[in-house]
Design a protein around this ligand. Structure first.
Ligand SMILES: OC[C@H]1O[C@H](O[C@H]2[C@H](O)[C@@H](O)[C@@H](O[C@H]3[C@H](O)[C@@H](O)[C@@H](O[C@H]4[C@H](O)[C@@H](O)[C@@H](O[C@H]5[C@H](O)[C@@H](O)[C@@H](O[C@H]6[C@H](O)[C@@H](O)[C@@H](O[C@H]7[C@H](O)[C@@H](O)[C@@H](O)O[C@@H]7CO)O[C@@H]6CO)O[C@@H]5CO)O[C@@H]4CO)O[C@@H]3CO)O[C@@H]2CO)[C@H](O)[C@@H](O)[C@@H]1O
Length: 588
């Protein structure tokens, strides 16, 4: 962030080096200077070519995007129509099967995989997402990494002309929806858990969850002399060292940093392995001795040594109203309840912040983006208590934004916020669950955009139908295509869950191809991200730490940006051509 002095006001103001349009600098103006600020284009010698009306409030990308001047070289009006349409392109990636590398660290059936990768490439897909399992790579012992099978896999992806999003999967596979294989944490870690079960997240009843290490041990030297964060850091550094060639060639464009169960920044509050079923409220997971001690210390420092962790928040499959904690006027609204929820959600923020800082150090200088996944907890969103989000660690209420502080934390690491459940419509959900995936997606994406970070997304469950595709398309460009250039709102990318025989079945694949084309704004596959305004410069070092107070300023609730009702790039418009294609193939 650059600081300059705004002459007429004599005030220090902050310059944001990017917002929606990377070649425009946005000024974040103190409240009392509203209306007196200007916009400069990067590289423009004599600054403002804009009217003093050009700004704007504190950081509203929407308003800003409409202010782009037509006077600059390569301004959108000088682009060809095709170039303008390319600015609407949203790249699409596909998750590879969870067990593509077996638990024994073998790439089985490479021929089948290569055939499928080629099919994806032929369908126009830009790249694939792959779990890089800690439980496989470091299974033999501390720091004994074996990357051989992954090298062979990455080579195949490169040869097929696809890009790669690599997940640093510090979690177990198994126990979540769709987990068809089991890949536990490394055995030497599980062995430590035998003598110290508190290294795992624990619920009130004392059930341990070996999916992911509790954030309570992030900084505890319990693992053959290393802390959990040091383990994650060493792993990422080893990844960088071992795949320097693929980083250099530009194969790996994105590192999804695993921050919790299923690779998501959350507590394991709704584990199917412990009997949770949709739409249960889930349970808080902070009863291991390390987090208990942390809470005691925090409560004591706040002048309430008598406060304990909640014991009245119900069980996995409860409805909110049947618990003392979440019922109307329940504990969650008391001073004690608010203190607990703030502590619980802040711990998650610091956990993500610390590991992303390590990821940033590991990959600094590489031409890629970092990303963090946030889970789409859409059930009980319409209830006042937002119980399921709260147990997962997202302290989100009608008057408190629980996601924007995450986005602000990510902004310091230049990281993308990767959100899910893009495919879901409210009308598909049962009324009992008080579920609102559409509003949730709109809130989270808007918060990310307001923090000037990129947002990407995934679908939560496997879908092959046009309704789901159209909903994803709507979220990818909430206000549709802009035929004059980059749209005001555009997601950075979408990752489709997931490659399967079902997806490659003919009818499904045909519709999927149409979906890919629509994501690409009806343009052909574009191998050069710069053309759709994605600039993968060397990753810069994280910015200075943002204090918790500043992060929590982002909890102030604001309305989401307006979304169109339907996408203007619907896949169903192509049904006729699908039919013609089908007829053709029958006659062949
Ligand atoms: O490789 C990367 C990672 O991949 C996996 O993690 C991802 C995960 O798979 C994703 O789901 C997503 O994670 C979150 C998600 O964001 C959250 O929203 C939430 O998911 C909940 C979901 O939103 C709720 O609606 C609910 O889902 C229940 C659903 O509503 C019920 O209808 C039913 O689903 C049935 C489904 O109807 C049925 O068709 C069938 O679906 C299977 C399909 O037929 C088959 O072809 C196959 O492809 O798999 C499909 C899925 O199994 O069976 C479904 C299951 O019975 O029940 C649903 C579950 O009760 O609850 C969901 C929570 O359970 O939570 C997700 C997990 O946090 O993004 C993750 C990250 O990418 C791996 O787990 C990771 O290890 C990998 O790193």
């Amino acid at each position: 962030m650059t600081r300059v002095t705004l002459g007429s006001l004599g005030e220090k103001i902050r310059l944001h080096s990017r917002c929606f349009c990377p070649n425009v600098l946005f000024i974040n103006v103190p409240e009392n200077a509203e209306g007196a600020s200007k916009v400069w284009r990067q590289g423009t010698k004599n600054a403002p070519t804009f009217s003093s009306r050009s700004i704007i409030s504190r950081s509203p990308p929407q308003a800003v995007a409409s202010e782009i001047s037509t006077t600059e070289p390569k301004a959108t009006t000088t682009l060809t129509n095709e170039e303008k349409m390319l600015r609407n392109y949203v790249p699409i990636f596909v998750m590879l099967p969870l067990g593509v590398i077996t638990v024994d660290n073998v790439l089985e059936d490479k021929d089948k995989l290569v055939k499928e990768l080629k099919e994806l490439r032929a369908a126009g897909v830009d790249g694939v997402m792959i779990d890089v399992w800690w439980g496989i790579i470091e299974s033999k012992g501390p720091k004994q990494y074996d990357w051989t099978a992954y090298r062979s896999l990455f080579q195949a992806v490169q040869e097929c002309g696809l890009k790669l999003q690599a997940i640093m999967s510090f979690h177990q596979c198994g126990g979540n929806v769709g987990d068809v294989v089991t890949i536990p944490l490394p055995q030497w870690v599980l062995d430590i858990g035998e003598s110290d079960p508190d290294i795992f997240y624990t619920n009130l009843k004392g059930n341990r969850n070996p999916e992911y290490l509790t954030l309570g041990v992030d900084n505890r030297r319990l693992f053959s002399g290393r802390t959990a964060v040091e383990i994650y850091s060493d792993y990422m550094k080893s990844f960088r060292e071992n795949f320097a060639d693929f980083l250099e060639t530009g194969l790996i464009i994105d590192i999804e940093v695993g921050l919790g169960p299923a690779g998501e920044l959350r507590y394991p509050s709704y584990p199917e392995s412990q009997g949770w079923v949709f739409p249960g409220i889930g349970e808080f997971q902070c009863y291991d001795k390390y987090l208990q001690a942390d809470f005691k210390e925090a409560a004591t420092a706040a002048g309430h040594p008598e406060w304990e962790l909640p014991d009245n928040a119900g069980e996995y499959n409860d409805a909110p109203e049947s618990t003392e904690f979440f019922k109307s006027n329940g504990t969650y609204l008391t001073e004690k309840g608010k203190f607990f929820l703030t502590w619980y959600s802040n711990k998650l923020l610091s956990h993500g912040d610390q590991i992303l800082d390590e990821a940033n150090k590991a990959f600094v200088g590489c031409k890629l983006k970092l990303a963090a996944k946030v889970s789409g907890i859409h059930w009980w969103y319409k209830a006042d208590n937002h119980a399921a989000e709260l147990t997962a660690g997202y302290y989100n209420l009608k008057d408190r934004d629980g996601y924007r502080p995450i986005a602000r934390m990510l902004s310091r690491h230049h990281a993308i916020l990767n959100f899910t459940c893009l495919e879901m419509r409210d009308s598909e959900q049962s009324a009992d669950a008080k579920s609102a995936p559409q509003e949730l997606v709109q809130q989270v994406l808007s918060g990310g955009w307001r923090e000037n970070i990129e947002v990407a997304g995934e679908n939560a469950l496997s879908r092959y139908d046009s309704t789901a595709y159209n909903q994803i398309l709507l979220n990818a460009r909430p206000n549709g295509i802009n035929r004059d250039g980059e749209p005001k709102l555009r997601m950075y990318g979408v990752t489709y869950l997931r490659l399967s025989d079902e997806l490659l079945q003919k009818t499904n694949l045909n519709l999927f191809k149409t979906f890919v084309k629509k994501m690409h704004a009806d343009q052909d596959y574009c191998p050069d991200p710069k053309k759709y305004n994605h600039h993968l410069g060397p990753l810069e070092r994280s910015k200075p730490e943002i204090s918790i107070e500043q992060l929590l300023e982002a909890t102030k609730a604001e309305d989401a940006f307006p979304w169109d009702k339907e996408t203007d790039m619907s896949v169903s418009g192509d049904l006729l051509s699908n039919l013609i294609r089908k007829l053709f193939s029958l006659f062949k």
